[in-house]
Write a protein that binds this ligand. Structure first.
Ligand SMILES: C[S@@+](CC[C@H](N)C(=O)[O-])C[C@H]1O[C@@H](n2cnc3c(N)ncnc32)[C@H](O)[C@@H]1O
Length: 285
């Protein structure tokens, strides 16, 4: 699979992405929460080494902490979370930095859960969550001192448009941190089928590729200052997610059956050498 439009499968709209998270987010959060497997972070975990024995939950918080470190925000500053999920990363970063955070998502269910999560903390006056598309942000020029996008870019068809929008809302010199699944090199045959099938299940029109990301960032007026492929630090996630989803596998007649069934191939997908993980920092020029 490449980013050549002629080989794309059906391009999901942000409505389709929203529906995915409307339908799955609460299940993932509430059903698995007792086993403390996912608990609100909808992203990969980061393990320092093969002997790092962090749980999936601890490792996903660790990825959030790495993002927070690169934002280096100060109390009173404003940050934007593009694709905020259930708000756990936003609250963690608001708490760690003292900054104010605005989170957006194309899932109404995400926004409801994020607001509920915020209301249960002492941070409710420093965070806000609203339904919005990254490609049409409801914020003024230069509103933010920093932004991040954890695993939302993979859902967006035209990443240049979204990045241009994000850049518009950043003050010059401010950082944007992106973390996302990365297609290191093109895939063919059965491997391409597996990648395509996984993308379809997770509403991704195409996985970001390193050159494409760099080009889109550049066109958006964002200068890349760090670009790491941390694929080997996050690979454990795919098996851990599949195990967690397996524990709550619904019956065949359940409306969520198809999604959960598709997660069974996650370990095979995650083991592909072509699958990496981008951790990058760019600055608004
Ligand atoms: C894999 S989840 C990650 C959630 C959150 N960042 C986290 O790490 O827990 C992807 C998120 O991106 C959001 N998203 C996808 N496409 C979007 C778009 N075009 N505009 C805004 N949010 C979007 C989804 O609704 C979802 O909240």
């Amino acid at each position: 699979m490449t980013n050549d439009p002629s080989v794309h499968h059906t391009v999901p709209s942000s409505l389709g992405v929203g529906r995915l998270y409307d339908e799955q987010t609460e299940i993932v959060q509430t059903e698995i929460v007792d086993g403390a497997a996912v608990d609100g972070n909808i992203h990969v975990g980061y393990w320092d080494s093969a002997t790092d024995d962090r749980s999936l939950n601890q490792a996903t918080d660790r990825l959030t902490d790495l993002v927070a470190g690169r934002l280096a925000a100060a109390p009173g500053q404003r940050l934007l979370d593009v694709g905020c999920g259930t708000g756990r990363p936003a609250l963690r970063i608001a708490r760690a930095t003292g900054a104010r955070v605005s989170g957006i998502s194309v899932s109404n269910q995400d926004i409801d859960l994020a607001r509920t999560r915020a209301d249960a903390t002492a941070l409710a006056d420093r965070v806000d969550f609203r339904y919005a598309d990254a490609c049409a942000l409801p914020f003024d020029v230069a509103s933010f001192d920093g932004a991040w996008a954890i695993e939302s870019m993979m859902h967006i068809s035209d990443r240049t448009i979204a990045l241009t929008e994000i850049a518009r809302t950043l003050r010059p010199g401010s950082p944007l941190v992106i973390t996302d699944v990365l297609l290191r090199s093109p895939v063919t045959g059965d491997t391409a089928d597996l990648v395509r099938q996984t993308c379809r299940a997770f509403q991704s029109p195409s996985l970001p590729e390193p050159a494409e990301l760099r080009t889109s960032l550049d066109r958006a007026g964002l200068e890349v200052v760090e670009f790491h492929d941390i694929g080997e630090h996050v690979r454990r996630t795919y098996q851990a997610f599949a195990d967690a989803f397996d524990d709550v596998a619904p019956s065949v007649d359940d409306p969520h059956y198809e999604f959960f069934h598709s997660t069974r191939s996650l370990p095979r997908f995650g083991a592909l050498p072509q699958i990496g993980y981008a951790f990058l920092v760019a600055r608004r020029r």
